[in-house]
Design a protein around this ligand. Structure first.
Ligand code: PLP
Length: 389
């Protein structure tokens, strides 16, 4: 029998007739941009994560930018994050004229190391904010991070782009720091194609983000055009951005939100299958687990001392077998911009470098069938066996 090589994508959104109907309703409503659906999405999302208020934005990148701006990051300050992330976790600091201070990840996982962070903050009083990233959906060690940041007077903006839904006993990921940002990018755990959400603890911070989200207007367009007392007059109180989420996308988000727990359960089942298949295999190292893991990513590591092919060839063999994979992350200090700006060399963050050199993210998405996950696992095992030194 011919081997099944039908392509299994690395990621695929799960969109149903509910999302289609919701978009059609908005299309027919006469109001396409930010309005009723975006407001409802914000309220429903806030209630889901247990935040008093949430602000819908057009990406997590915009959300991170707004949050750092509202918390006072600007020229003369630094923002600390780990190099083991997507570039926008750090780039938003540069957009505000601030610099970035990188901190290596923990020994055993892909998240920022709280002890190294404490050292970094102790030696640099200009660090105004820290952006911990819950990489792949594994929660950061927030209690330690929050304590360290409090002691050093630094704000905490959680990058929860991978961490929805992720509920801990202290609260949902994203609601634990001063602000938290979620992503609804096409590959994320719920999606609006492009989109994001911000939550924050302090009402003044929320108000500042709300103003800066839409041109620095003192009032949203929705209020100006639609209320009975609609008025054309508005003021511009600052040079704001254009970061609002249109109703067309918010309508998709509302439907996705209803399925968030079901999606998470589907991904958890795939993770359980992978963890079981690879656990104890001498060539493979499973990602760290956690009861609340959001399982946005399943980032497996290979052991170079056991497997005689490198990660790149492992990836090529998986792709040749029809399996879409990715690598999370190419650390930022290996990227030309970041290495040039801060004169960084690969060995400056040895843990990030080591993890990057051995990691492969496998397909894990809502709607993926058990048969597909089994085929991914079997193919990984076959390659690992065939390549043992
Ligand atoms: C950790 C992390 N933060 C932020 C972002 C930015 O998200 P968005 O595409 O919604 O701006 C991403 C995107 O992949 C990400 O992986």
């Amino acid at each position: 029998m011919k081997a099944n090589t039908e392509f299994i994508p690395f990621a695929r959104p799960s969109i149903g007739i509910e999302e289609e109907a919701a978009v059609i309703e908005v299309l027919r409503s006469g109001w396409l941009t930010t309005g009723k659906a975006a407001r409802a999405f914000e309220e429903e999302f806030a209630s889901f994560v247990g935040a008093k208020r949430a602000l819908a934005v057009n990406s997590a990148t915009s959300g991170l930018h707004l949050a750092l701006e509202a918390l006072g990051v600007g020229p003369g300050f630094k923002v600390a994050t780990s190099p083991y992330t997507f570039t926008s976790s750090a780039a938003v600091a540069r957009h505000l004229g601030a610099e970035v201070a990188f901190c290596d990840v923990a020994k055993d996982d892909y998240n920022i190391d709280p002890e190294l962070l404490d050292d970094l903050l102790s030696g640099d009083a200009s660090i105004k904010a820290v952006v911990p990233v819950h990489v792949g959906g594994l929660p950061c060690r927030m209690a330690e991070i929050l304590e360290t940041c409090r002691r050093h007077g630094a704000s905490v903006v959680e990058d929860a782009a991978h961490a929805f839904p992720l509920r801990l006993k202290e609260g949902a990921a994203g609601t634990l720091g001063d602000a938290g940002v979620y992503s609804f990018y096409a590959t994320k755990t719920i999606t609006t194609g492009e989109g994001g959400m911000i939550v924050a603890r302090d009402e003044a911070v929320l108000r500042r983000m709300e103003t800066m989200r839409l041109h620095g207007f003192d009032r949203a367009a929705w209020d100006r055009y639609t209320s009975k007392a609609a008025s054309w007059r508005y003021d511009v109180v600052d040079a704001g951005y254009k970061y609002n989420l249109p109703d067309l996308l918010a309508a998709v988000g509302r439907e996705q939100l209803k399925k968030a727990d079901l999606f998470r359960e589907q991904r958890r089942e795939i993770s359980a299958l992978y963890l079981g298949a690879f656990g104890g295999h001498p060539a493979l190292e499973n990602p760290p687990s956690h009861p609340s893991h959001a399982w946005h990513l399943f980032s497996l590591r290979i052991r170079p001392e056991v497997v005689k092919i490198g990660r790149d060839e492992f990836v090529e063999r998986l792709q040749a077998a029809g399996i879409g994979v990715s690598v999370h992350f190419i650390p930022l200090h290996l990227m030309s911009y970041w290495s040039r700006r801060y004169s960084l060399s690969p060995s400056d963050f040895p843990r990030a470098l080591d993890k990057f050199s051995r990691t492969i993210s496998l397909p894990i998405w809502q709607g993926m069938t058990r048969a597909q996950a089994e085929r991914v696992a079997a193919t990984v095992l076959e390659i690992a066996e065939g390549a043992r030194a």
